[in-house]
Design a binder for this molecule. Structure first.
Ligand code: 5GP
Length: 207
């Protein structure tokens, strides 16, 4: 009888442009027990983003209606647009025993921490401010004003870094993925993540 684990939320927090989505994809490819939480947002889709895959894109009135109805476990205004995490999806996946990766901002992460839901928080930091700026410029999806807003938000987010569990420097993709894998492995070994340790232990004797 294998020892089973209790599922948890793996929250990745990073200034936008930090390359979080590539990292999420790598983790999802490697771990079949992880699913991705698709957020809802009122911002416009960028480039090749797809509705229902990258985000659920909603008109503001619809987002606010759902927010009022309690559809989000957390929601926040980021760069002037609304973002929220679906309560229904999180509940269903945890009940199905899946771990969930969330790509959300600092405010959202702090709200989930305060809610008492089982979670592990990882801050992904670009190697430097200059690298973050370069990434945002290279992405070519934001105008100058939007880039300045993202840089300012990054500074505000980094100021709260001590509230989170882990720090991964997001320099080369491979090493950041390697660090995340180590975190996932270590988290799996935490006593509190196991279900029914004693039952399993004694059962093996009587089987
Ligand atoms: P972007 O518009 O660049 O995709 O994301 C902007 C910021 O919003 C990023 O920091 C991203 O992590 C954050 N974000 C995405 N989804 C959510 C969500 O559901 N809740 C919160 N609080 N932040 C989110």
């Amino acid at each position: 009888m294998p020892y089973e684990h209790k599922p948890y939320l793996l929250i990745l927090i990073a200034p936008s442009g930090g390359g979080k989505s590539t990292l999420c994809d790598e983790i999802l490819k490697r771990y079949s027990d992880f699913v991705y939480s698709i957020s809802s947002t009122t911002r416009q889709a960028r480039g090749d983003e797809r509705d229902g895959v990258d985000y659920q894109f909603l008109a503001e009135a619809e987002f606010l209606k759902r927010q009022k109805a309690g559809a989000f476990i957390e929601s926040a205004l980021v760069h002037g647009k609304w973002y929220g995490t679906s309560r229904e999806f999180i509940g269903q996946q945890l009940a199905a025993g899946k771990n969930i990766i969330l790509d959300i901002d600092v405010q959202g992460a702090l709200k989930i921490l305060a809610s008492g839901i089982e979670c592990v928080t990882v801050f992904l930091l670009p190697p430097s401010q200059a690298v973050l700026r370069e990434r945002l410029e290279r992405r070519g999806t934001d105008d100058r004003e939007a880039i300045e807003l993202r840089m300012q938000n990054a500074a505000d987010e980094i100021a709260l870094i001590h509230r989170f569990d882990y720090l991964v420097i997001n320099d080369a993709l491979e090493s950041a993925v390697g660090d995340l894998e180590k975190i996932i492995r270590a988290e799996k070994l935490r006593v509190e993540r196991y279900k029914e340790i004693r039952e399993n232990y004694y059962r093996s004797e009587n089987a």
